[in-house]
Design a protein around this ligand. Structure first.
Ligand SMILES: [Zn+2]
Length: 243
């Protein structure tokens, strides 16, 4: 299907209540420290308001965003990005014991093997400990290998625990060229109205200072969140795709 048709279908997803989209508690898998804020901050804020704060697991360490920097080698950048995710979680009111870091290497999240299985097992333990019924993963067509890898983790979780509901949220997929063809059926899902949470969502995104070009000054080719993505992420609705 053409990306344009899929994006149009997202924009026509029925608007549903939080309870309908994700009844019970949820565990959110974020490939990098910032995807949870970009794709799900409204969901997180709504869940907290409803009295069921989600568990957020940041899968990769985010250490690959500024590979040309000498002042911010991977370890330093990884700890900075953890701190930014904690600040983002605070902005949303997420209790600190609901935020976890798998610490896998950025841009190298595995799609099989020992570390993959260990990570899946750890996620399932957290889901059991926090009584989660829903697992949120990135959309499979987000154009980044780590997003796809975390989607594959969701597929593994689904195979091991068919009772858990898997929902996908798009981030970078919303910026795909409209004319691109991708292998996808007509998707189904819901839109969550997050208008009331947008100020908090904005603060959560802003907490990722390093991704806004405000921390690392010695890597002119380092990553900066583009305006066109931010604009798509600060819409009144967040999209959740059934799978
Ligand atoms: Zn990402």
């Amino acid at each position: 299907m053409r990306v344009q048709e899929i994006l149009e279908s997202f924009s026509k997803f029925p608007v549903a209540s939080f309870e309908k989209i994700a009844p019970g508690s949820s565990l959110i898998l974020s490939p990098h420290p910032d995807d949870e804020s970009l794709g799900c901050a409204g969901f997180i804020a709504t869940a907290i308001k409803q009295g069921c704060p989600p568990v957020v697991v940041i899968v990769s360490d985010g250490s690959a965003s500024h590979p040309g920097s000498h002042l911010w080698p991977p370890e330093r950048l990884a700890s900075c990005r953890q701190e930014e995710s904690r600040n983002a979680a605070n902005a949303l009111g997420l209790p600190s014991d609901h935020l976890f870091f798998s610490g896998l290497q950025d841009s190298a999240v595995p799609t099989a093997g020992v570390i993959f299985e260990q990570t899946v097992r750890h996620i399932l333990e957290l889901a059991a400990q926090y009584h989660c019924q829903n697992i949120l993963v990135p959309w499979r067509h987000d154009p980044h290998c780590d997003h796809e890898a975390v989607w594959i983790m969701g597929q593994r979780i689904k195979a091991l625990r068919p009772d858990l509901r898997i929902l996908a949220y798009p981030v970078w997929g919303l910026t795909l060229p409209p004319e691109k063809e991708i292998e996808e059926q007509m998707p189904a899902g819901w839109r969550l109205n997050v208008e009331a949470s947008l100020p908090k969502k904005r603060r959560a995104i802003e907490a990722h200072l390093s991704q806004r070009g405000l921390v690392v000054k010695d890597d002119p080719n380092g990553f900066v969140l583009p305006e066109h993505l931010l604009e798509k992420m600060l819409q009144p609705y967040e999209i959740f795709i059934a799978s």
